[in-house]
Design a protein around this ligand. Structure first.
Ligand SMILES: NC(=O)c1ccc[n+]([C@@H]2O[C@H](COP(=O)([O-])OP(=O)(O)OC[C@H]3O[C@@H](n4cnc5c(N)ncnc54)[C@H](O)[C@@H]3O)[C@@H](O)[C@H]2O)c1
Length: 425
């Protein structure tokens, strides 16, 4: 902990799904933490003890405030900080490449207040080279301070898994890679105050790339089973049973499951940073990434096609049928809808004339193309009033026996339900 009454051990920039759990864990370990954000609703809510993130409760925020945590939009706090960690969003730009606007805005803000000796860490997911080629020049040119000499600079990929009951900030190993070996040591020492295991990478590029390898590994394997789901259906092979059998092998195999498409940030977006960078730098495609992306993106249309076939077998057209989507978030038991495949699925269904409604205990309002979708408040009556239900997200509070018993037809994209009217992807 730093000396001096007005010193701050850590300023976290961006108090979202990544920044807030980070700030929480640092508070728990006794560090003096301040959060910097640009959204007044986020700042005022946190200072009033309200959480806006699934993984933290209002009680968690109260515990943080009790340690002296506060949220602010006043960037001058950076001048009093020993460490500044950037956790702002990195969306995809219109051209499919990374949009670093918010990262670079935050770095310019840091540069305005940077003092010698500060540790600056970027956690936002990005392509390899960002810390060295984009972040470092802004900090050095604006301040005349030199990274690795006057201040420390590192990249440490966030590994937050929203809703994961086992692995959180503290017990998930943290990778850090510094601009110099000394920067790596300084960043690793800092994180060791509140993370059990810190893994030192060779440099910033290796740490940036490690995150993209993790996410691409999942994206490609999900793409593989999604393609298998399509041809196994044609061949009359139950892929879900195949995966159960294959995963009995205690080595050399990890189970991945097909689904209605991929959502969140890690799988649909992060690998695209890499393929964009490889194309821009080397002029070559990253074939695995692009094929997996195309396959995963084709799943909402494939699910629509399968639902249409099921209705057809029951002598019903998709046009005019009521389709109930069960679960519209991108993963179970959370409210986060970012990049959820439920949205392109609803668009595809509506384009064929279906009347789309949804049931999701975590989502009170769901907009598709800016238009509010009809919400079934009660699961059983929603099922009784539809022609077909499509299980997109299996929230644990949704009783799948009740679903299977009451749905006239059920297309189960998660391989979880059983019954005479159920068809699995
Ligand atoms: N949430 C996840 O599960 C997840 C998974 C993988 C990667 N990531 C990565 O983590 C990073 C952060 O994502 P997130 O999910 O926490 O985002 P988020 O949208 O939940 O939160 C980001 C916060 O940053 C704030 N912000 C934006 N611009 C700012 C600025 N200039 N100064 C200060 N605050 C600013 C926003 O108001 C918001 O509160 C991204 O790079 C994302 O790719 C997140």
């Amino acid at each position: 902990m730093s000396n001096g009454a007005d010193r701050i051990d850590l300023v976290v920039i961006g108090l979202g799904y990544v920044g807030l759990p980070l700030a929480q864990e640092a508070c728990r370990s006794g560090l003096r933490v301040t959060g910097l954000d640009v959204v007044p609703r986020v700042i005022d809510g946190l200072n009033a003890g309200r959480s806006h993130v699934d993984d933290l409760t209002d009680l968690d925020i109260a515990a943080m405030l009790a340690t002296g945590f506060s949220a602010t939009s006043d960037a001058s706090v950076i001048a009093r900080a020993d460490a500044v960690i950037v956790c702002v969003p990195t969306p995809l730009g219109a051209d499919g490449g990374p949009d670093l606007t918010l990262v670079l805005t935050s770095i310019r803000t840091i540069a305005e207040h940077l003092t010698p000796g500060t540790l600056v860490v970027l956690e936002s997911t990005t392509y390899p080279g960002t810390t060295d080629e984009q972040v470092r020049p802004i900090l050095e040119e604006a301040t005349s301070l030199i990274a690795g000499k006057d201040f420390s600079l590192a990249f440490s990929p966030e590994r937050i898994d929203p809703g994961n009951p086992v692995y959180g900030m503290k017990n998930t190993p943290k990778v850090v890679g510094g601009h110099t070996p000394e920067c790596t040591t300084k960043a690793a020492t800092f994180y060791r105050q509140f993370v059990d295991t810190v893994v030192e990478a060779k440099g910033t590029r290796e740490a940036e790339m490690a995150k993209l390898l993790e996410n691409t590994y999942r994206q490609v394997n999900i793409g593989l089973v999604n393609e298998m789901a399509k041809f196994c259906h044609e061949l009359g092979i139950d892929l879900w049973d195949v995966i159960e059998a294959a995963k009995s092998k205690p080595f050399g195999f990890q189970a991945f499951y097909p689904g209605p498409g991929v959502g969140g940030h890690c799988i649909p977006i992060d690998p695209m940073y890499l393929s964009y960078q490889v194309r821009a730098r080397l002029g070559a495609p990253s074939q695995f990434i692009e094929l997996a992306q195309a396959t995963n993106n084709s799943m909402p249309a494939y699910v629509t096609h399968r639902a249409q076939d099921m209705l057809n077998t029951a002598a019903k057209p998709m046009n005019g049928s009521t389709v109930l989507i069960l679960g519209v978030t991108y993963k179970p038991d959370i409210a986060d809808q970012r990049e959820s495949p439920a949205e392109p699925l609803a668009q595809q269904l509506a384009s064929l004339g279906a009347k789309v409604s949804y049931f999701d205990p975590h989502v009170t309002n769901w907009h598709v193309d800016g238009v509010a979708t009809t919400r079934a408040d009660d699961l059983v009556s929603g099922l009784k009033n539809c022609d077909i239900a499509i299980l997109v997200q299996n929230h644990s509070t949704m009783d799948l026996d009740v679903v299977a018993k009451n749905a006239p037809l059920l297309l189960d994209t998660r391989g979880k339900a059983e019954g005479p009217t159920v068809e699995r992807l």
